[in-house]
Design a protein around this ligand. Structure first.
Ligand code: CTP
Length: 419
């Protein structure tokens, strides 16, 4: 089970607002991620969309009436409430928010919310005057006090024709928060993980740089999955084609030099460092303030950039942190031997060997085929898989290395880390 949403029982409460069309998409996305979704609808919600739509998508007939909750044995509201891993209410109208804040139990959603001990995640959606009304704001504060996680609303075009606060958060954003809430007590919940991602850029002049093909997808997947498992995550990134995940501390570091500085600054608060960034090995000796004329470009001199992981190895000696360092290796020849040599040279506990020659793995694509090497000599080749699945596998092995022992850093080649 590599996805935090899979096999989770999720209640989706749907109230009567125009943003309900996004709830259909949210329901579908949750089901696609493997969640067992049970929908509860207020009467007002059924004026916008029939239960049939949610029933067809979730595979369960929605609960549409309070009394239905008491019929039969299978889905009494207590049973449903107790089985839930997470209760999402999206959209949440001002009216249902008020009822929840008061602890009322006059409909299927409010009654179930009161009976459930599952975390509550709500996505309010309403006209902006309703949102800004002190009564709504007071109800919002009360809901937060009661432990609810509130996503949005966002500013934008509203159904009323105006522009303002009140649009429901996008399904993708709600999904991300669902993952964060579900992962809060996860297996990495006491770890601080720093991930580097993307490609560095070394400036030639204001319009030109030396870069590389890295998209940042592998590092972002690692940051997201570590977050899903409860880790406190720093994502230090160069140029990327994908946005960083919600819920992680994001720091941009465009040049190798920036990456070195930021990573070293974070070391005292990093238990695990995963260096997935493609960091430049060379940079122009001089960076020009004005755009170079083409004739001048023929004479660009290069110099070495700092090796971030080597610098980390030196600092670990004094700091004793990070407890574990993982590198990536992009190799095209003698791949295992080269990766192993890199692991030794940079004093890593693990190195992840990327197949960068195949079109379906490595740079820019959503899938990867990796081989994981550890200091105990283990070599494990994984089949082609989604980058989040690769991330899950890497983190699983990191947990194995950290588990059952205190990994104080032991200097020198050949430090044995039991697996
Ligand atoms: N790396 C680093 N600093 C650099 C270059 C790379 O810390 N200046 C890190 C990468 O993030 C990766 C690992 O070192 O985790 C290996 O990167 P790779 O590019 O495969 O190796 P290099 O050290 O650059 O060696 P070479 O290019 O000679 O193979």
């Amino acid at each position: 089970m590599t996805n935090i949403l899979s096999e989770k029982t999720i209640l989706l409460g749907v109230t009567g607002g125009i943003a309900i069309y996004k709830a259909v998409d949210l329901c579908s996305k949750l089901v696609q991620q493997g969640a067992d979704v049970h929908v509860l609808m207020t009467h007002a919600a059924q004026k916008f969309i029939t239960p049939l739509t949610f029933g067809a998508i979730s595979g369960h007939p929605p609960v549409t009436d309070l009394w239905q909750l008491y019929e039969g044995e299978q889905i009494g509201h207590v049973t449903l409430a107790h089985r839930a891993d997470l209760f999402i209410i999206a959209p949440l109208t001002a009216h249902t928010m008020a009822r929840l804040a008061q602890g009322m139990a006059d409909g299927p959603i409010t009654a179930t919310a009161l009976s459930s001990r599952a975390p509550l995640l709500v996505a309010p959606a309403m006209e902006h005057n309703m949102w800004e009304h002190p009564a709504t704001q007071a109800n919002l504060s009360r809901l937060k006090e009661l432990g609810a996680t509130v996503v949005g609303p966002e500013r934008g075009h509203l159904a009323s024709g105006g522009v303002g606060m009140g649009r429901m958060a996008e399904p993708f954003t709600i999904l991300e928060y669902a993952r964060i809430v579900l992962g809060r007590e996860g297996p990495l919940s006491n770890l601080r993980v720093t991930v580097t991602a993307g490609g560095t850029r070394e400036w030639v002049d204001p319009v030109r740089f030396m870069g590389n093909r890295s998209s940042g997808k592998m590092g972002v997947a690692l940051a997201r999955v570590a977050r899903d498992q409860g880790a406190k995550v720093n994502l230090v990134h160069g140029a990327m084609t994908v946005p960083p995940p919600i819920g992680v501390n994001v720091i941009e570091a465009i040049r190798a030099e920036d990456m070195l500085r930021v990573v070293l600054d974070l070391l005292p608060e990093t238990d695990v460092l995963i260096s997935a960034a493609a960091i430049a090995d060379f940079r122009p000796v001089a960076t020009y303030d004005t755009k170079l004329k083409k004739e001048a470009g023929q004479g660009i001199q290069l110099e070495r950039t700092p090796d971030v992981l080597k610098a980390v190895a030196e600092h670990r000696r004094k700091l004793g942190m990070p407890r574990l360092v993982v590198g990536f290796a992009a190799e095209t020849t003698d791949i295992i031997a080269n990766a192993r040599a890199k692991m030794e040279k940079k004093n890593l506990e693990m190195i992840v060997l990327n197949d960068v020659t195949a079109p379906d793995a490595g740079f820019g694509v959503d899938t990867n085929r990796v081989t994981i090497l550890t200091r105990d000599g283990a070599v494990e080749s994984l089949p082609l898989m989604d980058k989040e699945e690769v991330a899950f596998n890497i983190l699983h092995r990191i947990r194995g290395l950290l588990g059952g022992q205190s990994i104080g850093w032991s200097p020198g080649i050949g430090s044995v880390i039991p697996s």
